[in-house]
Each structure stands twice: as structure tokens, then as C-alpha cells.
Ligand binder design. Sequence first.
Ligand code: UDP
Ligand code: MG
Length: 334
Amino acid sequence: MLLSVVIPLYNEEDTFPFLLKRLQDALLQLEDGLATEIIFINDGSSDATARILDAAGSKDARIKAIHFSRNFGHQAAVTAGLDIASGDAVVVMDADLQDPPELLAQMVDKFREGYDIVSPQRASREGETWFKRTTAQAFYSLMRVGVDKRLTSQVGDFRLYSRAAVLGMRGLRERHRFLRGMVAWLGLKEAVIPFKRSARIAGETKYPLWKMLRFAWTAITSSSALPLRITSFAGLLSMLGGFVYLFYIFYVTFVTQSTVPGWSSLASLQVLFNGAILLAIGLVGDYLARVYEEAKDRPLYVVDKTMNLGGLPKVEGALWLPERVNHNEMNRAA
Ligand code: UDP
Ligand code: MG
């Protein structure tokens, strides 16, 4: 059996040495006969990540690397890893050791019991601010209620995929990717393992607040049309309210004939409804923009260089710059 470990890297020069050491130790702990490959995706890092990675790859043949041409984001990086992983089981984890490699053995056990997805669940979170914990909790609750009740709470992208699950994921090529939602959508048999999530080992988070918010928005809009439906519903409600108000206007105009004092309420209603209409148009526009981007059908990521891949993989919906890739592979062979 072959186990693939997929790890996205974005400016992780500080964490990489710790990561590699602990990962290699954890892999040693796995029983004999379990072959492994470690796939690193350098997501357009601007620090020394690329250099350190290549150095590691020249010492350990199990290490394979893809270098993106620029930063395509965490979800695209994981996608690339899943695209080329050839393991019978594939584990995706973060570089900062918030996802403990020691859990691999347990995850593989569950996989052997026949689960297609093994999801470590954050039973506790260390080193994260009150704000991050609360917003994360709110995020999961909102997602489960509004988007997909199949989403497993407190499970990030740290996860084991069976070969079948990997093939399933490869079939989903949408541009605005929310992997957790896609996993839930596949509906495969899932096992959940609770674990203690510790703090980042070094460096800083690559998910500042604005990126988190953007991610949450992608999660909502890529998995459901709920916001659109909410606005239509709100539009309907305000229309009904408007009709009721119309009767009132008829009443004061024709029965009591005292129209002048009504000006202020009319003006405020104007403002209110204009706001609601603008909001609705904005939402529609957002979905339209997403449809537009899907229609362009651009590749999900661009690979600039590879290491230890041994030939170009055939991946649809992604761009591999072949000459350079070949050049690099040849360099290695020489
Ligand atoms: N990451 C990436 N591309 C990005 C942002 C992050 O590949 O644009 C990687 C990062 O190197 C790490 C993982 O995604 O391995 C999770 O990022 P981070 O730990 O900063 O996020 P947090 O745990 O704070 O949510
Ligand atoms: Mg982290």
C-alpha cells in the first residue's frame, strides 16, 4: 500500500524544518511495508521555501514537489496535490504542524477498516484567539444550517482520502473551491477522529481576517444559492409590507385627507427600499461574476516547475508548463 501526504506551502521557511523532521519521524512509526510519498506544493512563496524544499527533495526521494507560478491559494494547492497523488490513501495536512503527523497511524487504521474519508476533528484549539475560535464556530454552524447539513463540524482540510474519494474530488473542477463542501457533497463513508489542535509551530498565519471572510463567502456561494434566496425572500416581504402601507396611504389620502405629514415616512421608506434593492443587485452580481469565471474555464493553477515527479502527469483543468518541467526533470537526472 502507498500512502501519499499532501502539504501546501506558502512562505513556510520557518516551519519547514520542524515539519519535515516530525513528519519523517511519524512516517517511521508507521508499520513496515507502507510505502510513502510526500507531495509539497509551493504556492508561489516569496521567501526561501522553494530553495529549502528542493534541498530536502535532493536528499529524500520520497519528496515530490510542485512549484506554482504564483500564489493560487490554499484550496488550489491542495487540489494540485490531490491531482497528482498516486497513493491508495492520500492525507492532506497543513505545514505548520497544527495538524499532528502522529495521527497518521490512526487515520490509516480507519482507512483500512473501509472508510473513504477519515476526518480528524478539532476537539480543542490551542494558541488561537477568542475571536478566531468564535468566528470559526459561527462559521461551521452557519454552514451546517444554511449550506449543507452533511458538513462535519470542526473539521478543516486535514483529512485522509481513499483512492475512490480522490478520484471523486478530481471530477469536481469548479473554480471557486470549498473542498470541505465538495467532500460532503460526494457523500462517501466518513470516520471522525477527535484531536487536540495545537498552535502554529513557527511563522505567522497565512489566513488573516480578510482572507478568512473571503473564504467564508466562497464557501457559502459555491455550495448554495442561499444568499440569493434570502434576498428574494426579503424582497417579497418588503413588497408585502409595501402593499399594506399602500392601504394606509389610500386611507389617509381619501378618508382622513391629511397627507402632508406623511412625507417623512415616505422618504425613509424610499431610503430603506433602495438599500434592499441595491443589496439584492449586488448579490446577483456576485453570482453572475462567479458564473462568468466558471464560463471562462481557465485552469485552476499553473505549474512552473516540478521535482521528483518522474514525467508529466496528465491533469485536466490545470496548466503545466511542459518545457520547463521537462528541463527541470532532466537537470535532476543529469
Ligand atoms: N497556504 C497556502 N496558500 C495560501 C495560504 C496558505 O498554500 O495562500 C498553506 C499554508 O502554508 C499552510 C496551510 O495553507 O500549510 C494553512 O495555512 P495557515 O496555517 O496559515 O492557516 P490557519 O491555520 O491559520 O487557518
Ligand atoms: Mg495554521
